[in-house]
Design a protein around this ligand. Sequence first.
Ligand SMILES: N[C@@H](CCC(=O)N[C@@H](CS)C(=O)NCC(=O)O)C(=O)O
Length: 204
Amino acid sequence: MKLYFTPGTCSLAPHIVLRELGLEVELERVRLGAPPVIASAQADYRRLNPNGYVPLLQLDDGSLLSEGVAILQYLADLQPERGLLPAATPLQRYESMRWLVYISSELHKMFSPWLFHPEYGEQAAEVARARIAKRLELVEHQLDGRGFLLGPAFTVADAYLFAIVSWAKPCKLPLDAFPQLQAWLERIGARPSVLAAQQAEKLR
Ligand SMILES: N[C@@H](CCC(=O)N[C@@H](CS)C(=O)NCC(=O)O)C(=O)O
């Protein structure tokens, strides 16, 4: 398998999950920009993903899977016994999906693009920060009494949330009001899979 990634972006989530599962993966760095470029080949990345964004997973038969939430579920389904996508009952699976969708639409897409594009201005950034802080209240409540987002064990939702909430500091979003979230960030950040992925992406 090959993961097209850009250091420190949302592609960190599938990268962490690949390492949690101990799967062999080739990392292919994408330099985002206009145009986005596959760094090793100096080729236009849009030939593979017309939307030009990461992550993108290439399977060994060459097929391509885009969209982070789909990639995370695909990876978890490769080793269901690892429980990275709780699905003991249909409701549990939908609860897992609910959180993946929440992270994607209410958090990820409030950070990006609003807090990564200075051209939108500080006023837009302030609105985004306030909205994200409001959305994090649900996360803080969910983490109360739980080791991980979906319960007692690490899941793909933790990997995704970690990749996104790690942007809080560079985006000047204080997390002081979220002690559970801060403790969770430290716990997740200490996992061998996370440390290895960050090291491979030269984030530490
Ligand atoms: N809907 C996509 C969005 C992915 C996304 O926003 N990726 C960002 C990095 S976190 C990116 O590559 N942005 C560059 C761009 O949009 O041109 C997903 O969830 O996978």
